[in-house]
Design a binder for this molecule. Structure first.
Ligand code: NCD
Length: 310
């Protein structure tokens, strides 16, 4: 099999593996649209085990499974409604759930939790976001969105703006993009720069990469602008959330200075850093991302369950 048993991060996926997932995802379009019925995953069960809130990730995993004819069991608020509330360890929860499901998607507040879950699971584990570490299915759907919008992943100038220190989707997207010939500009308020391993990866792969606080200058040459929210639940000092509010804003006034008609992306939810006046801008892609999330998760479920071979 071309992919590892578990999808814990994009750090260790290579270009060939990423392109394989994106190709399979694109092929899922007629089934996701409902034009074509599929029983590809009939008889298999996905468990979504979410220890943190979610709208898009959990629901799109479940939609993906249902579109492919499989079944779903779900814990949406595992800290309160599973035995975690009684003090059960993650390892024991996983050793139990792997008797109920053929594949598990897990979201957890602790960095490294998905890797830990994978180490205790007999069935494939998909990381649906672990602390400030990674969110690989988001990274892949973001790569798919860029490839569909711009027709390629090589030769692009990408700006990522926001709380890059705490945003796990940025880590996954950056690791994924590091396999391609990209120029990346990280724009963040002081103290919210990307983690050092992300910068190290860009250097190792000899990708042009810079860190700045100047958003206006960065967007001028951008082809992709990826906006992130302040991850207030992950800040070391809660008062920083108020201080940072309004410290960056992507709106039409800013985009008018861009020379290359960039696409605009956001992992969502947006909470003030991406103005609604961008919604009618032709390059706005942030409501295409959730759609591509369904395709990507369909592909990953099918691949990790061994139903798509190459
Ligand atoms: C993100 C997450 O939970 O990591 N949301 C998502 O999955 N699209 C980002 C966020 O909550 O800000």
């Amino acid at each position: 099999m071309l992919l590892p048993k578990h999808l814990v991060g994009l750090k260790d996926l290579n270009r060939q593996q990423i392109e394989f997932v994106l190709d399979v995802a694109q092929g899922m379009e007629p089934i996701a649209q409902g034009w074509q019925r599929s029983d590809l995953l009939k008889g298999t069960i996905l468990a979504t085990l979410f220890f943190e809130p979610s709208t898009r990730t959990r629901l799109s995993f479940e939609t993906a499974m249902l579109r492919l004819g499989g079944g779903v069991i779900s814990v949406a608020d595992a800290l309160r409604t599973s035995s975690a509330w009684k003090g059960e360890s993650l390892a024991d929860t996983i050793r139990t759930v792997d008797s109920y499901a053929d594949i598990i998607a897990i979201r957890h507040a602790t960095s490294g939790a998905a890797g830990e879950a994978a180490s205790h699971s007999r069935v494939p584990v998909l990381n649906a976001g672990d602390g400030t570490n990674e969110h690989p299915t988001q990274g892949l759907l973001d790569l798919l969105t860029i490839r569909r919008a711009l027709g390629r992943l090589d030769g692009l100038s990408v700006v990522m703006v926001g709380d890059l220190k705490h945003t796990r989707s940025i880590n996954s997207l950056a690791y994924g993009l590091s396999n391609f010939d990209v120029r990346v500009t990280f724009v963040s308020p002081k103290g919210f720069e990307p983690a050092q391993p992300i910068l190290d990866r860009m250097a190792e792969r000899e990708r042009s990469c810079r860190v700045t606080t100047d958003l206006r200058e960065a967007v001028r040459d951008a082809e992709v602008i990826y906006v992130c929210r302040i991850q207030k639940e992950r800040l070391e000092h809660a008062e920083d959330a108020e201080r940072l509010k309004g410290s960056y804003l992507v709106d039409m006034a800013l985009l008018r200075d861009a020379r290359r008609e960039p696409i605009v992306m956001h992992h969502l939810p947006r909470v003030g850093e991406l103005a609604e006046d961008v919604d009618t801008y032709p390059g706005a892609c942030y409501f295409k991302q959730p759609w591509n999330g369904v395709l990507t998760r369909m592909a990953l479920l099918a691949i990790l369950l061994g139903r798509v071979l190459r």
